[in-house]
Write a new protein. Structure first.
Length: 296
């Protein structure tokens, strides 16, 4: 079994992006600028946004943060996004989710200009992904694909079973795995909460991407020996033995499943660190206008 070390791969990719930014700026390019919008006082959202801003500063990007109280009106938020869309200094815009219930996530997502949508959630960018056009691949599927690529894992002709069909993980991961490029060309099965007899699919899988959010869901008797297992799940479990009071658990029963696998990602230290690289990659692409040229 080989461990897929997302932490060290992400550090290497981070250095590559840092070099690319330096070269880009040294050759007269504009310093990439990521803008984040944060609504409300959810602790996890604050932590995620702070990490994204820190990543930007460390890598040589400019960043800015708009913060709103949880009772901000949808109109005010939409107006702010429209202003940012028009601001030529800002290359990429993210709105941290979840948003308060009175705000339509769909409206917010669709208001962000596609060329600044570095989270890759706008329907135009999702559509481009589905038909194989260059696009901003959202952070988690980006991380999964980069890990498969980095380890040179064979995907063509393999049966890939994706557990979960969310818009941010399962569905884009399934689309990417079925595209006619490497990593891709897999035969893909998507399983979800209504799938009957789910293990009949996982037992046939050469590659399993688990993204359902149920701790240790995938057991050893559901996995074919030699399979590649990518564990996307992250759930906080109370653990009094930890200083933080919790530990992070994936969707895979790691101790039992790992000995069966050819490759497996740990949690934490697998897909998680790679997602942060996805946002940086997309922001650099936005600054260089790689996806949408000036004329589009
Ligand atoms: P989500 O939106 O809740 O979607 C979960 C998916 O799992 C749904 O499609 C659901 O099916 C399916 N599902 C639920 N119970 C199931 C079951 N018993 N059998 C089969 N499928 C089942 O979750 P998400 O946003 O995709 O995230 C999934 C996990 O990945 C979470 O633990 C999340 O924290 C983690 N995550 C990690 C990262 C990272 O950086 N590593 C990033 C994003 C998410 P239905 O569609 O039928 O409801």
């Amino acid at each position: 079994m080989q461990l897929i070390d997302g932490k060290s791969v992400s550090e290497e990719l981070r250095k590559n992006i840092q070099q690319d930014v330096s070269l880009w700026v040294a050759s007269g390019g504009k310093k990439p600028h990521l803008c984040a919008i944060l609504v409300g006082d959810d602790g996890a959202s604050h932590t995620y946004v702070a990490a994204k801003i820190k990543d930007c500063e460390a890598i040589g990007f400019k960043s800015s943060l708009y913060q709103f109280a949880s009772n901000v009106t949808e109109e005010k938020l939409i107006q702010t996004i429209e202003e940012i869309n028009q601001n030529p200094d800002i290359d990429g815009l993210i709105v941290q989710l979840p948003l308060p219930k009175h705000i339509s996530v769909d409206r917010v997502t669709q208001t962000i200009a596609p060329e600044k949508d570095v989270d890759g959630f706008h329907p135009q960018n999702v559509g481009r992904l589905s038909i194989g056009l260059p696009t901003y691949v959202s952070a988690t599927p980006f991380g999964i694909i980069k890990l498969l690529e980095y380890y040179g894992i064979e995907t063509a002709g393999k049966h890939c079973v994706v557990l979960g069909r969310s818009n941010i993980v399962g569905t884009p991961a399934a689309i990417l795995m079925s595209r006619n490029v490497y990593p891709g060309n897999a035969t893909v099965t998507i399983c979800h909460s209504k799938t009957d007899n789910l293990e009949q699919y996982t037992l046939q899988a050469d590659i399993i991407i688990a993204a359902i959010g149920i701790p240790e869901f995938l057991k050893a008797d559901m996995v074919k020996p030699g399979a590649v297992v990518i564990d996307v799940g992250i759930t906080r479990i109370n653990d009094a033995s930890k200083k933080s009071g919790f530990r992070l658990v994936g969707d895979v029963d790691y101790e039992a499943v790992a000995p069966l696998c050819s490759y497996i990602t740990p949690v934490p230290g697998g897909v998680g660190p790679m997602t942060r690289i996805g946002l940086l990659t997309n922001t650099l692409k936005a600054a260089r206008k790689e996806i949408y040229t000036n004329s589009k």
